[in-house]
Design a protein around this ligand. Sequence first.
Ligand code: 13P
Length: 342
Amino acid sequence: MNKDQLVRTAEAIVAPGKGILAADESSGTIAKRFAATGVASTEETRRDYRELLFSSEGAINQYISGVILYDETIRQTAKDGTPLVKLIEAAGAAPGIKVDLGAKPLANFSGETITEGLDGLLERLNDYQRLGARFAKWRAVIDIDSSKGIPSAFAVEANAQMLARYAAVCQNADLVPIVEPEVLMDGDHHIDRCGEVTEFVLKTVFMRLYEARVFLEGTVLKPNMVVPGRKNPKQASPEAVARATIRVLRNCVPAAVPGVAFLSGGQLDVEATANLDAIKNLGGPWALTFSYGRALQAAALRVWAGKPENALAAQAAFSHRAHMNALAAQGRWTEKDERLAA
Ligand code: 13P
């Protein structure tokens, strides 16, 4: 394990004023996103769309520190034959790779999942290293449904074990593990319930990381923000989300962790930006930034709609969201910025 290299990479992907583009949707997930805008999902359309994102003038080079790729994408080339990984590197960002194999039903625990992918992981990581990856991502999924006793302590424990073992293997392959335990925002629960569950999940994850001898200085945490369930009529202001989120993180995340890069988890574009800005304004001992998928891409995908003639406008939409989130990651975003740039 090269600790200096791990620290350098972790610090680079949470560098001030930059964040991560999560473009690692599995083929099934991207097909659903494409279908919503009437685009057929083929190897070529997926390549065209991602090439468009990675070659957006003024986006990756200014606001994006790292890009998380899917297995197919890390092997693909742009139309002119340049590997997509090279486009990302040329723009000064670090290529990363999703290495989990997805959340599968957890036997005997109806409605809960366990994320799989440890078998053969070291060999896959060595292959990804050769292809240019400098960091990796593994997403554990925790749902909240108190009427069904979800999450169970067992599901949280099992997922935390997997995250810890994944993180240890990554560091042995000199890849920075992004540790992503996502508490979903799908239910109708109150923000306080999200806070309780997130606290339990993070405490469990950091205990297991400790037991697995993971080098925290060479990791990045990718958590959910503490928000009310989407179906709860009482939604929360950015300030309330920030207070709840920072309180939980301060109780759970050691200061040795260099950075926290939030997922957007289904929040609306501007909501995810406003919440990040409020969180950054409260601050923590760690760098705070974004690692967004939907909240960075949704507008661009809508504008593109699979048509080459829309590519420039789609790139502008992506650059705009990247810019707004980069401002938020510095606590410098205002609603006026949205109007000025839109
Ligand atoms: P969202 O920001 O769309 O939640 O995606 C981030 C991610 O990488 C989920 O694993």
